[in-house]
Design a protein around this ligand. Sequence first.
Ligand code: FES
Length: 183
Amino acid sequence: MTDLTATAAPCGCACDAVPEEELNARLDDVIREYRDKPGGLIPALQTAQALFGYLPEPVIRKIADGFGKPVSEVTGVVTFYSFFTLHPRGKFLVRVCLGTACYVRGGKEVLDAFKKKLGIDVGETTADRNFSLEVGRCFGACGMAPVVMVNETVYQRVKPARVGELVNQIAAGAGVAGEKETA
Ligand code: FES
């Protein structure tokens, strides 16, 4: 069973550490708030993910119980939407676009460069919990392909040869400020 005790902030510090009982009490409130609302499952899952940082199996089971739905159905919803995650994500979520425009302009090579630099595959998180790697289908910036998003920052026309430098900058705390950048 997943240990939910003293869940720490993604940054690794303990400033947001919350005891398991408190998290579970908050989860009970979330379930009570949404279980009778039409379409309430998605916001309940979103709020639960915000609380825990991801959706571990015990949380999914508890939500399924609360909503009177089979666990398989709730798991199906979680795995269908890319914004839900069953695993803890790193401080920086790197999403490489593999939509058509980005793919034909080298998105796959950009993805390979991130895999190599970070030493992880898609869906994984680095051991230091700094980076998670995922792929996207289109971020609505096709004219700037290939595109990568790191948290809320969009990087345009990313070149595979620059990925190592970009990762180093981000890890050093530079370059993720919410504005569009060209890497
Ligand atoms: S295909 Fe990548 S932003 Fe549209």
